[in-house]
Design a protein around this ligand. Structure first.
Ligand code: GDP
Ligand code: IMO
Ligand code: MG
Length: 431
């Protein structure tokens, strides 16, 4: 096995960063294939915490190539800041980080549009990260977007940006009464030309490098951002992000054919969280929800917003198994449930008088779904230092077995804390 897609099984923040960092030890290349700096992937190394937004979570391993694929939308300011912060911490970037020339660029007007549109939606707001992700993908699909190849070519950037600014400023002026002076526009072009020159040395053809590496039998990990239920096609539309986090997105977003993907690993939280708006059947309100948020440190790694917390939802997880063609799972944050007397698992939904086990594609139906729970007893002991599966309390093993049974997928890794060492490997991923 040499190629693996790591994908979020729920609404993001499942611990993809931790697991990607852990598995990076065994791979040659890590590739981000979609999303942008809306992602916040946390890695704890020793007593240092790193939060990656655009740079793949393998970068802490010296000599591993970290690639940003064509499917990602890159905010040059955010990327340069991330590079600088890592450099200050002694992390080697040059020679390890590469970005694809076909990736699209997030510009200041995308961020402004993201903010304005959210404001206008009022009570129907999506709760975006306001990083300009949606508007940048809109321009990509509209074929007006600016790619990294344009950004690093001063003349092309100036020509394309002038046209785009004219169009965007007309929208800003007419619809939102925001005026931008000619000087501000000139400054912006100059600033982005400078960013282009700073990023030039990282620019390559990611698809070519990845496919050559596959031929040489190198090991490659494709790191998804967000999660299955935030997918633009398969998620809880419109409360989704604007890209394809699902495993299939790795093919599009890194320029790799489907026949070249060997395995899909779903990162699955032992309970469920969601940031931003949208239906969430197993959400826990009140004291217990607050308790999980505190205990699990459930605050957005990008925006700091409190995450909504709820019970494990087997309907959602089974759907993620299907949509991603998931081979196996990592169960994360199980330690967060350790003090609870009783733990609930949602096994199906009661919806409009019917019992359903398949995730409903219609949002209206999903909104009307009430979870049907099964209750298991808590294990009530600190498991955060356990390193062997056999040593886990029987009640915890029963919880994992029940999840495996419900979603019909094996849990191959159990994560019992944010550190690398707080991981129980039941089955090796790269054999
Ligand atoms: P990602 O976006 O999927 O990479 O996840 P985030 O980094 O946004 O959120 C996961 C959070 O949980 C981070 O703060 C991690 O350090 C932390 N974390 C990861 N795995 C575990 C675990 O098994 N137990 C606990 N308690 N925390 C974990
Ligand atoms: P990682 O990779 C959790 C959510 C936002 C919002 C919706 C749309 O860390 O798991 P966007 O800014 O993408 O247009 O917002 O998607 N969202 C995430 N939620 N984890 C993420 O990334 C997310 N990235 C976006 O909260 O509901
Ligand atoms: Mg996150």
């Amino acid at each position: 096995m040499s190629t693996l897609v790591v994908v979020g099984s729920q609404w993001g923040d499942e611990g993809k960063g931790k697991i990607t960092d852990l598995l990076s030890e065994e791979v040659d290349i890590v590739v981000r294939y979609q999303g942008g700096c809306n992602a916040g992937h946390t890695v704890v190394k020793g007593d240092q915490q790193f939060i990656f937004h655009l740079i793949p979570s393998g970068i802490l391993h010296p000599g591993k190539k970290c690639l940003i694929g064509n499917g990602v939308v890159i905010d040059p300011e955010s990327l340069l800041r991330e590079i600088e912060d890592l450099r200050k911490k002694g992390i080697e970037i040059d020679g390890n980080l590469f970005i694809d020339s076909k990736a699209h660029v997030v510009l200041p007007y995308h961020k402004t549009l993201d903010e304005i549109k959210e404001e206008k939606r009022g009570k129907n707001k999506l709760g975006t990260t306001k990083r300009g992700i949606g508007p940048a993908y809109i321009d990509k699909i509209a074929r007006t977007g600016i790619r990294i190849a344009d950004l690093i070519d001063k003349k092309t950037l100036s020509e394309k940006l002038k046209i785009n600014l004219e169009e965007k400023n007309e929208i800003f002026e007419k619809l939102y009464s925001i005026k931008t002076s000619k000087q501000e526009q000139k400054d912006l072009i100059k600033r982005y030309q400078e960013y282009g020159q700073l990023l030039k040395k990282y620019v390559i053809d990611v698809s070519l490098l990845v496919n050559q590496a596959i031929e040489e039998d190198k090991k490659i990990l494709f790191e998804g951002a967000q999660g299955t239920l935030l997918d633009i096609d398969h998620g809880t539309f419109p409360y989704v992000t604007s890209s394809n986090p699902v495993a299939g997105g790795a093919c599009i977003g890194a320029g790799v054919g489907p026949t070249k993907i060997d395995k899909v690993l779903g990162i699955t939280k032992a309970y469920t969280t969601r940031v931003g708006s949208g239906p969430f059947p197993t959400e826990i309100e009140g004291k217990l929800g607050k308790y999980l948020r505190q205990k699990g440190g459930e605050f957005g790694a990008t925006t700091g917003r409190p995450r909504r917390c709820g019970w494990f939802d087997a309907v959602v997880a089974s759907y993620a198994v299907r949509i991603n063609g998931m081979d196996s799972m990592v169960l994360t944050k199980i330690d967060v449930l350790s003090d609870l007397d009783k733990i609930k698992i949602c096994t199906s939904y009661q919806c409009n008088g019917k019992l359903i086990k398949e995730f409903p594609v219609n949002l209206k139906t999903f909104k009307n779904c009430n979870p049907v729970y099964e209750e298991v007893e808590g294990w009530k002991s600190d498991i955060s230092q356990i390193t062997r599966y056999e040593d886990l309390p029987p009640k915890l093993k029963a919880y994992i077995s029940r999840i495996e049974e419900l979603v019909r997928t094996k849990v191959v890794i159990v994560s019992v804390g944010p550190k690398r060492s707080q991981t129980i490997i039941r089955e090796k991923i790269f054999k």
